[in-house]
Ligand binder design. Structure first.
Ligand code: ZN
Ligand code: ZN
Length: 383
């Protein structure tokens, strides 16, 4: 007899039906809010409008992470604080660390790396577009503060198909903003990233202004304010809104779009949609994929290439955001899946099969090492 789970029950199916309908209705209302003016934007939900991709040639996946990203454990801890089940799951892992190694998690310095290699992440996004939408795919991966994924993919793939992109963590106004920079010029990209890191290490506003102005002057580069209303650094929502408003007031002329996020709640996305209208910038879909679920928020376009798509967004402020069916699932359930993906046994992952080989923590001297090494060392020394 097969196993029967909660997610296969009639109650869950009914819950999902109601949830999908409500989200689709609320997002659909957005499309009625504004058509015209200087910004042309359309929002569609594939589960309610299965024919939405018809007439388009290409779908674009923006903003996904690979094992080249160093992810703060706060990413998980923040969600765990909101969702009791995740908090419980994390506390199990914390207790195991204490039991096996007497190490108490240092959430500020420790980091984990997402499970997918650049190649696996690229294929996951590409396959979703090909198989679910039957469209050509453009995939722009954006790791935190480095471009290693694109550089390694370009060794074996057509360079034109692999844009060099990055998610820059920008200290600003006592807070942190994330800026998605897509399609950096290949020859200059390492120098641009070095300059970005120079600002991050010593944030002086004129450097930030220079970098953004220089990138904005290149017509093939797309500059997106990612998840603008997510207080990712925990500065407090008032200070965060102040930082966003101050940033847009001073440097907003260099921002081409705000991001609607595939891993952000619809309430937050709705507020971002309104905020984008206030600042007269386009809205764009971004996945912020950290686990093995492909992006829940894509972009439909008639463009045949990434620069063409970027021109549509920059010049015409024309975007068509498509939410994929996974977006209708409860956010806590999807976040839990990210944690499960990150901690799953992966025999073929070159970074390490076990999650503790892919999670780094300061050793007693303060050097960052895989947890697996710290635990082995501890076990050896206790023999
Ligand atoms: Zn981010
Ligand atoms: Zn991200």
């Amino acid at each position: 007899m097969g196993t029967f789970t909660y997610t296969q029950s009639a109650v869950y199916s009914l819950f999902m039906l109601v949830r999908e309908t409500v989200i689709a209705y609320l997002l659909f209302k957005l499309t009625k809010l504004e058509q015209g003016g200087h910004v042309q934007r359309k929002i569609a939900c594939l589960w309610k409008e299965p024919r939405a991709p018809e007439g388009y040639e290409t779908a674009v996946s923006l903003h996904g992470h690979t094992n080249c990203s160093k992810e703060s454990l706060h990413f998980i801890a923040d969600f765990a604080d909101k969702f009791g089940l995740l908090r419980w799951f994390l506390s199990l892992k914390e207790r195991k660390a204490m039991r096996d190694s007497s190490i108490r998690f240092d959430f500020d310095r420790a980091y984990w790396t997402p499970p997918l290699t650049p190649n696996a992440a690229y294929e996951l996004e590409f396959d979703q577009i090909n198989e679910k939408l039957a469209l050509n795919g453009i995939v722009s991966l954006t790791d935190h503060d480095n471009i290693q994924a694109a550089l390694s993919l370009r060794v074996h793939q057509d360079e034109a198909a692999v844009p060099i992109s990055i998610e820059w963590s920008v200290p600003y106004g006592g807070d942190e903003l994330h800026i998605g920079l897509h399609n950096l010029p290949a020859g200059d990209a390492p120098a641009i990233v070095a300059r970005m890191n120079e600002y991050t290490g010593d944030p002086r506003e004129y450097i930030l202004r220079e970098i953004l102005a220089e990138l904005n002057a290149r017509p093939d580069v797309l500059i997106v304010l990612n998840h603008p209303l997510w207080d990712i650094a925990g500065a407090g929502s008032d200070l965060h809104c102040e930082a966003v408003n101050s940033f847009m007031g001073k440097l907003g002329q260099h921002i081409h779009a705000f991001e609607l996020g595939g891993l952000r709640s619809w309430e937050e996305n709705r507020a971002v949609y309104d905020l984008a209208a206030e600042w007269n910038v386009a809205v764009i879909g971004g996945g912020d994929r950290h686990g093995c679920e492909p992006s829940a928020c894509l972009n439909l376009t008639h463009a045949a290439s990434f620069p063409e798509f970027i021109s549509e967004v920059r010049t015409h402020k024309r975007t068509n955001v498509l939410f994929m069916p996974q977006y209708a699932r409860p956010l806590w359930e999807r976040m839990l899946q990210v944690v499960l993906d990150a901690t799953a046994h992966q025999p073929h992952n070159p970074a390490g099969a076990h999650w503790d080989a892919r999670t780094f923590h300061p050793d007693p001297k303060g050097n960052l090492r895989p947890l697996s090494e710290l635990w082995r060392r501890r076990l050896r020394s206790s023999k």
